[in-house]
Design a protein around this ligand. Structure first.
Ligand code: FMN
Length: 334
């Protein structure tokens, strides 16, 4: 049986649903080519950060100094693997070369959280050939002052300004720690998002009990991490006029299948590629195809959304009932 893996994302026609999410592979053109050769349906380049744009390298240096190295006790809160990656011009040049030489869409990523002038850099990315922009709204609100609504308002304003600066599609990547992720997703679409990327991963520090310092090793994801995005994508699917990308926890083709079943249009992967090499994209794709063949699914369209919560009359009551059943049904200790 010929399996049709085609899908669309942000209005882009893709040969299959497995996309390389933002990762160190995209730092240079050789890495981007590796991803393309391995069969990525689309490639998201690593983010360009608000701080980089606001004052180019000077702001990054200041961020690293005041945020980390100048406070030894705080240094562990920041991963030492994160380094400024060259100047803005060289980042744009990589984007330009990737967009020119790759047959698959190249998505440029902006990372920040405030509605300031930096977001207009999105326009430069469009001019450099990006097929779409992914806006990563990452900020850990560490002050007591701003409420959740205040934080979201700023993010939405940021989405609006980016959208106004570009003529290409815009995806918004956000985290799961909101009281009402579906409401935020809807507001992001109203503000101009053409796609929603669920979810950003937060890198939380641990504490080294020998040195009594925080540590911040970056751990690659594990398959259990799909559950949060799985539930929210199931609840979101079919509700908004926006494409849905799933990110977090893809380890084998099984996670890809699960994300498609709940309604994702594309499934993104980074950790699995860092662990196994870019060639693992081919393994994921072959696994997906084989699973579909075995189960008699002729196309991704047949599979997508089979388990979306829109098929439930009252998803909220269902989830609450499930929660109660799980907790009360657990056997008591012997
Ligand atoms: C080393 C590393 C670098 C990353 N760089 C970025 C980035 O620049 N921008 C971004 O939005 N996400 C970045 N991510 C997050 C990934 O794109 C992805 O959303 C996340 O790792 C969850 O997917 P996974 O479970 O497949 O790894 C990075 C992740 C890793 C592990």
């Amino acid at each position: 049986m010929a399996i049709d893996l085609a899908t669309t994302y942000l209005g882009l026609d893709l040969k299959h649903p497995i996309v390389a999410s933002a990762s160190p592979f995209g730092r240079d053109i050789d890495g981007v080519r590796q991803l393309e050769d391995a069969g990525a349906a689309a490639i998201v380049l690593p983010s360009i950060y608000e701080e980089e744009i606001e004052a180019d390298d000077a702001a990054m240096v200041e961020l690293f100094e005041t945020g980390s190295f100048a406070q030894p006790e705080a240094s562990g809160y920041f991963s030492d693997r994160v380094q400024p990656v060259g100047g803005l011009e060289s980042r744009l040049e990589t984007l330009r070369r990737a967009a020119e030489s790759c047959a698959v869409p190249i998505v440029a990523s902006l990372n920040g959280s405030t509605p300031n002038g930096w977001v207009e850099f999105a326009h430069e990315m469009e001019n450099a050939g990006a097929a779409a922009i992914e806006l990563n709204l990452y900020r850990v609100p560490a002050e007591r002052g701003a409420s959740g609504a205040d934080v979201e308002k700023r993010w939405l304003e940021t989405v609006r300004i980016v959208k106004d600066a570009i003529g290409i599609p815009l995806a918004v990547k956000f985290g799961p720690w909101l009281s009402a992720p579906l409401h935020f997703a809807g507001e992001a679409v109203t503000a101009g998002a053409d796609g929603l990327v669920l979810f950003n991963r937060f890198y939380q520090p641990d504490i080294d009990l020998e040195t009594l310092l925080p540590t911040a090793g970056l751990e690659l994801s594990s398959p259990g991490e799909i559950r949060q995005a799985l539930m929210w994508i199931a609840l979101l699917a079919g509700r908004e006029k926006a494409a849905i990308a799933a990110t977090s926890g893809v380890t084998t083709h099984e996670e890809v299948v699960k994300y498609l079943l709940v309604g994702a249009d594309v499934v993104m992967t980074t950790s699995a590629l860092l662990r196994n090499g870019a060639g693992y994209l081919g393994t994921l794709r072959a696994g997906l195809e084989q699973w579909m063949e075995t189960r008699g699914f002729a196309s991704v369209a047949d599979l997508r959304g089979r388990l979306a919560a829109s098929r439930l009359a009252d998803p909220e009551a269902y989830l609450r009932a499930q929660y109660i059943r799980i907790l009360t049904g657990y056997p008591s200790a012997a």
